[in-house]
Design a protein around this ligand. Structure first.
Ligand code: ADP
Length: 159
């Protein structure tokens, strides 16, 4: 059984993330979508809120398990017997950061590979940050996120 781990901040999950997850079905029998609890970022949504949105949006994906971790992602991957970590690549600008992370993770655990899926062209410009930015200025981002995510963002922004 091929086990993968897709780590991310998911603040919030977008259709770009979902596209990567669905397309990884051909690569993995089981995929852990995991939010590390050690991020230096200041997310809009709490860890619990992000976890609940992931669970709701991915409920129909039977090969997916959603969770959080206090471990380094390579250590989490090892703890669930994963052979690879999954990341999405959009523009060339993602490459430098992703190469650095993949190389560092390879140094930390040589047995776990990082595999990349290139973003579908319709999502190659889409990020969680752009969704939050559009929302703050009252723009229409309904085609970029599932409806439950849009409602959660609207509620958060109102507060
Ligand atoms: P992180 O803070 O770890 O980068 P993100 O939630 O921003 O977490 O992203 C998680 C992964 O999903 C990263 O590999 C990122 O490049 C990828 N990703 C984000 N948005 C998209 C998208 N629109 N298309 C494809 N991959 C994406």
């Amino acid at each position: 059984m091929k086990i993968g781990v897709y780590p991310g901040t998911f603040d919030p999950i977008t259709n770009g993330h979902i596209d990567i997850i669905k397309r990884s079905k051909n690569l993995f029998d089981k995929l852990y979508v995991v939010i590390p609890n050690n991020t230096n970022k200041q997310p809009l949504f709490s860890l619990e809120e992000r976890l609940n949105l992931l669970k709701e949006v991915l409920a129909d994906e039977e090969f997916v398990e959603v969770t959080t971790t206090d471990l380094l992602t390579v250590d989490f991957a090892k703890s669930v017997d994963a052979t690879a970590m999954l990341r999405g690549l959009r523009m060339v600008s993602d490459f430098e950061y992703e190469l650095q992370m993949a190389t560092m993770n390879k140094c930390l655990n040589d047995e776990i590979e990082t595999v990349f899926i290139m973003s579908s062209h319709e999502y190659s410009f889409l990020s969680s940050s752009s969704v939050k930015e559009i929302a703050k200025f009252g723009g229409d981002y309904s085609s970029f996120v599932p409806e439950v995510v849009r409602l959660a963002v609207e509620n958060k922004i109102k507060k």
